[in-house]
Write a protein that binds this ligand. Structure first.
Ligand SMILES: [Zn+2]
Length: 417
């Protein structure tokens, strides 16, 4: 068991807040985004905040430290856009390794400094990987719906490069955040699974999606339920939501996550919705109260802030929720409540009420737990035998999940042939 899982079993962990909002007040100029080797770089680099890991690490360190002092248990690296695809906009794709390596190192060092000065709780570095600037499953061209600006393989290669550097720099876990296109997330997960396989070393993975509009879909058109299903083939630490909306607007979707997710649940919302100038007005107190209510309902394991949040927001949040019990994962929750395997109330109970088929949730969990050919075939067989007891839509979901797991196990060479 990874040390972060031990912590998560006992408490809600605090993730840090926004980086961009905190960089703004420094009033950095173009010169701050350059060093000797970038002196003659042909295009403007100001705004490429990830580059500051290399050119102004002191600024990033100072911000990390403020978040630790505010109560954050997890620092996310300043590497949201540090992949070859996003960096190409600044013609700095050749600096990807350096930006990520330094980003991880800076966060690690800040934790070390903090722990030397304070009697500290366990602290973790999450390597932040954003969605890149290109989408794999949607066309940027309104006249050509079939056009794609990036392929799955290009994405996977970019994520592999970024992830390697983050690992070398010393991260504890990965945070795939602000996912707008599930296919991009799948490419990232694919890259990580391959990397873990090659290196023989596993890292916990947090996955966090973004709701694009009030209909509750992420940008590539999936509902939260479908999103969970399509990423559950990977052994994730947590699944969650961040950005785009404020905490208030995320409420129903976090409730769905709590109900459906077989992993820990996280959220790091924006400080409300942006105002007409693109700024964020939600006070630390209001932000903290909203997230507190979710945590009090037992829906959350990891909480933090996205756009517009500051160390004040994180401090208010940390002090409010520190003593609340964490959410229990569904499997454990059922055990504790003495519920054994039969369909939950309100779910399709099938043709024969006397059978003891697993609930949809339990079955999906079981599929995710198949680690080799034998256990995979077993769970597939169980499904074939009990298929009729599920609503056709549920059966379709399970089938899709089995297929996803099959692909994963194949790619991870867990099959004999
Ligand atoms: Zn955000």
């Amino acid at each position: 068991m990874h040390p972060i899982e031990q912590e998560l079993d006992n408490q809600i962990l605090i993730l840090d807040g926004a980086m961009g909002t905190m960089i703004q007040p420094y009033g950095l100029s173009e010169a701050d985004f350059r060093n000797a080797s970038l002196e003659h770089h042909a295009i403007e680099l100001k705004g490429n905040n990830d580059l500051l890991n290399v050119t102004r690490p002191d600024v990033i360190k100072e911000i990390h430290l403020q978040y630790l002092q505010a109560g954050a248990d997890i620092l996310s690296t300043n590497t949201f856009g540090a992949n070859a695809i996003s960096q190409e906009d600044y013609k700095t794709a050749d600096l990807v390794y350096d930006i990520n390596y330094q980003g991880a190192k800076i966060a690690r060092e800040t934790i070390k400094v903090y722990q030397e000065r304070n009697r500290s709780r366990p602290l973790f570095v999450a390597g932040a990987m954003g969605p890149t600037t290109k989408l794999a499953s949607m066309s940027p061209d309104v006249n050509n719906a079939g056009f794609r600006s990036v392929t799955f393989d290009q994405l996977a290669a970019a994520y592999t490069e970024q992830a390697k550097a983050l690992i070398d720099g010393g991260i504890d876990l990965f945070l795939l955040e602000t996912i707008t296109d599930t296919l991009n997330a799948k490419a990232a997960l694919f890259a990580l699974m391959q990397l873990f396989d090659e290196t023989g070393k596993q890292y916990p993975i947090m996955v966090s999606g973004t709701i694009a509009d009030a209909s509750g879909r992420i940008l590539s058109g999936q509902t939260i339920e479908a999103f969970i299903i399509s990423i559950s083939h990977a052994p994730l630490l947590s699944v969650g939501l961040n950005c785009a909306l404020g905490a208030k607007e995320l409420r129903p979707y976090i409730q769905t996550l709590d109900k459906e997710a077989p992993f820990y649940v996280s959220t790091h919302p924006n400080a409300g919705l942006p105002n007409q100038f693109g700024g964020y007005d939600q006070s630390a107190e209001e932000f903290a109260s909203l997230v507190y209510e979710f945590a009090k309902n037992g829906w959350l394991n990891i909480v933090g802030g996205c756009c517009g949040t500051t160390p004040q927001h994180i401090e208010a949040l940390a002090s409010k929720i520190k003593n609340l019990p964490p959410r229990q994962k569904p499997a454990r929750r059922m055990q504790r409540e003495g519920v054994t395997s039969h369909p939950e109330q309100g779910e399709y109970s099938g043709t024969s009420k006397s059978t003891n088929a697993l609930s949809l949730q339990e079955f999906l969990q079981k599929v995710s737990e198949a680690e080799d050919e034998q256990s995979f075939l077993q769970v597939k067989e169980t499904f074939e035998q009990n298929k009729k007891q599920y609503h056709p839509e549920q059966a379709m979901l399970i089938n899709a999940h089995i297929f996803g797991r099959y692909q994963y196990l194949r790619s991870a060479n867990k099959f004999a042939r």
